[in-house]
Design a protein around this ligand. Structure first.
Ligand SMILES: Cc1cc2nc3c(=O)[nH]c(=O)nc-3n(C[C@H](O)[C@H](O)[C@H](O)COP(=O)(O)OP(=O)(O)OC[C@H]3O[C@@H](n4cnc5c(N)ncnc54)[C@H](O)[C@@H]3O)c2cc1C
Length: 335
């Protein structure tokens, strides 16, 4: 970003993982750099914080839309043609090339890197491996100097709580709070629709949790609310592969964590297209694939059972038989 002068409000703030529940505290307490309640509240003052960990180097904050726009500008300046609003409907092998069919014409390419995220995969082989799970976000009005002083947050860390159903939040450059997460909503049949981006029930729950976390900010209003589908796979991080005799590579399944990781994934796709064994392509996480999700109605039933079990584990601090079975199979965040 610095090399290309992309202004995407990059801030190397690190991230705080906070315990808001005694059993979460037990998990964090033995980690190096543990902050007790007083120390973590000296950083960011919430009466819900019981302790936390501040990873100072491993995380940074940025504005992902401005990063994407900046990267597109740099690519165009280097001769890349960016074509928006043109859906590819099918891929076919065409001699030594790949033909990409759109509604209005066909583009031919020697090599194709597919980073289609949660949208319907052009490769049948990955369709069962990804389900769309909706995640939602609220953004407040800018905080006044007094409101900011009431919570501290001078180091501007990204924050998430240590629950299974966690909230993630940050300060924007103009000192709004972006507050998201908690609910993860799956619609039967892998359905995606623009209307799912707005979910009043989730926004109400998020607002309630916001004011429990920061009662000092009572009366603050939310100016923006949105949501989107994340490309969830069963191991919760991306997987990779090739198709059409190595002419196509793909990376999908970032499971809501792709802003930084998609850069790594882009390089993996280029290595795969070059047919080179590199340090990246030899990694077990690149060579292996997650288990697929089952077809409906089993996918829906399994996802609902997992959501229920995760919420229960957050309450009682113990993983039930269903979650322990998924853990043994290497499924989920702990895979
Ligand atoms: C509410 C929300 C909060 C999030 N928060 C975070 C966060 O805090 N940190 C983080 O790291 N990640 C976060 N994510 C996830 C992050 O946005 C994604 O992981 C990341 O954008 C994935 O990048 P990508 O390049 O794989 O996909 P995208 O950025 O979605 O790019 C894929 C592109 O492919 C295009 N496309 C797809 N299919 C076709 C086709 N057939 N023909 C033509 N074009 C096609 C799409 O239109 C899109 O432009 C969040 C996501 C949501 C919804």
């Amino acid at each position: 970003m610095a090399a290309y002068g992309i202004d995407c409000a990059f801030e190397r703030t690190g991230a705080l993982d906070v315990a808001v529940n005694p059993h979460q505290l037990a998990d964090l307490r033995d980690e190096p750099g543990f902050l007790d309640a007083a120390a973590v509240r000296a950083e960011v003052d919430s009466p819900t914080y019981l302790g936390g960990l501040w990873d100072r180097r491993g995380n940074a904050m940025l504005d992902p839309a401005r990063l994407a726009w900046g990267l597109a500008d740099v690519a165009e300046a280097h001769g890349v043609r960016v074509v928006e609003n043109t859906g590819v409907r099918a891929l076919r092998r065409d001699g030594n090339q790949v033909a990409l069919h759109t509604g209005t014409g066909t583009v031919r390419a020697d090599r194709v890197a597919l980073g289609t995220n949660v949208f319907r995969s052009l490769l049948r082989r990955t369709r069962l491996h990804v389900v769309p799970v909706y995640d939602h976000v609220l953004v407040t009005e800018p905080l006044s100097a007094d409101q900011l002083a009431a919570i501290g947050w001078r180091s501007r860390q990204g924050i998430s709580d240590a629950g299974n159903q966690f909230h993630y939040y940050r300060l924007t450059p103009d000192n709004r709070i972006l507050w998201g997460g908690y609910d993860a909503v799956y619609h039967y049949g892998r359905r995606m629709h623009a209307e799912h981006d707005q979910r009043p029930a989730t926004f109400r729950v998020l607002a309630e949790h916001f004011f429990e976390t920061f009662p000092q900010l009572a009366g603050l209003r939310f100016s923006h609310r949105w949501g989107g589908a994340i490309d969830t796979c069963t191991r919760f991080f991306a997987f990779y592969g090739t198709a059409l005799g190595g002419r196509v590579s793909y990376a999908v399944g970032h499971t809501g964590l792709g802003v930084g990781a998609s850069r790594f994934s882009g390089n993996v796709m280029l290595d795969l297209l070059a047919g080179e064994a590199t340090e990246r392509t030899e990694l077990a996480m690149v060579r292996s694939r997650p288990l697929p999700f089952p077809p409906e109605p089993f996918a829906y039933a399994g996802i609902q059972a997992t959501r229920w079990s995760l919420a229960r584990a957050d309450e009682v601090g113990r993983r039930n038989l269903w979650l322990r079975t998924l853990d043994r199979l290497g499924l989920g965040f702990d895979s």
